[in-house]
Design a protein around this ligand. Sequence first.
Ligand code: TPP
Ligand code: MG
Length: 375
Amino acid sequence: MKVHRSGADPDVVREVVAELLKASAPMMYVGQGVHYAEAYEELIEFAELTHIPVMTTLAGKSAFPESHVLALGTGANSGTLMVHHYLQKTDYVLGVGASFTNTHFNAPVPKNAPSAQITNGVEDINKDHEIDHGLIGDAKLVLRQMIEEVKRQAGENGRGDVNGVIEEVATVRAEFMKEWGPHLISDELPISPYRVLTELKKVVDPDNSIVTHDSGYPREQFVPFWPSNTPHSYIGWGKSTQLGYGLGLALGAKLAMPERQVINVMGDAAFGMAGLDIETATRAEIGLMTIVLNNGVMTHYDSHMPFSSKKYGTNAFGGEYAKVAEGLGAHTEVVETPDQLGPAFRRAAEANKNGQPSLVEAKTKAEETVAHYYR
Ligand SMILES: Cc1ncc(C[n+]2csc(CCOP(=O)(O)OP(=O)(O)O)c2C)c(N)n1
Ligand SMILES: [Mg+2]
C-alpha cells in the first residue's frame, strides 16, 4: 500500500504561528511522531526561527539534539529541571508529533496554557486534553508549512530571542547540573547507577550509539541524563512498560543500524525476564552490549509488598548474571568499583566489534534518588 501524507489547514497554521509569535513563554512538546515523519531538520529550523524551546517525551527522546541551546531535555516520568521550569511558566504549548496522552510516563501537558497540536492521528485531538488548534498532518510537512508562515509573518530570519530563552535555559541547566553533578561522579560503593552512566559516556560515542533502558529505575535514571544528540541515539519506551523489553529492542536496533554501538541497560529483575535472549544474540552474531545494574532487588518494591518481602524476600534476587551470560556465549565482565567500569566497557565494546554480545554486570546500589520534579 502506498503511504499518503498530508499537511494542515493553512488558516490554522496562520493563526497558530501568530499566537506563538505573540506568546512570551511558548514551548514545544515533541513526541514520537517526529521520528515517524523524520522531521528532524524541520524541527531544528522551526525552533531556531522562533526561539521556542523544545522538550521531548519519552518516546520522542533523540528527536531533537539535547546539546542544543534551545533543548529542555526529556520530560518522561523522570525529567529535567528545564522541562519542569517551562511547564510551569509556559503560556503556549505546541505539541509536535505528540498524542498528548495522559500517562505516568510523560511530563504532564500543561492544563492552563493555550495549546496547538501537530498530529497525524485525528483521534488524538481532544482525546485527553482539550486543545485550541488541531494541525492534522505529517509532522515534517506541517513544520515546513509553519516555517514558511513564520517567515511570512516575522521575516526571513524569523523572530530573534526576544524572550531571552537561550540565557534562561542555560541558567536552569546549570542549576540542574549543580544538583545532579555529585550523583554523576559519585565514588560510593556499591556503585551509583549514575556513575555507570558517566563512565559509559566516556567510553562510547553517544552520537554513534543507540542506548535503551529497561523498566524500573534504569529508565528513570538514564532518561534525564543520557545525552541524545542524534536521531535514534536513544530508544525511549515505557508507556507499556513490560520488564525485559529493552533487550529485544536492542537486538532489533543492532540489526537495523549495525554500524552503531548498541547498549541495553537493564536491572536484575529485567534480566530475569528476558536475559536468556542473549543466546539469540550469540547465535545470530548480534554484537550488542548489555549492562546489568545488579542491585540485588526490585528497587522500592518492598513497599508494594511489605509482608511477602519481609517474610520471603520476594523483592530480592541472588544470582550471578555474568556467569549465566557466559554460558549463553557472551563476553562478560563483573564490575564492583567505579574505576573498573571504563576498562570493562572498553573490552565489552571490543567484543561487540567481532559480532559477539557482551554483558557487564555492575554491582550497584539500590539508588532511589530520581529527577522527579513534576510528580
Ligand atoms: C513483566 C513485568 N512485571 C512487572 C513489572 C513491574 N515492575 C516495573 S520495574 C520492576 C522492578 C525492576 O527491578 P530491576 O529490573 O531489578 O530494576 P531496579 O529498579 O531494581 O533498578 C517491576 C517488578 C513490569 N514492568 N513488567
Ligand atoms: Mg534491581
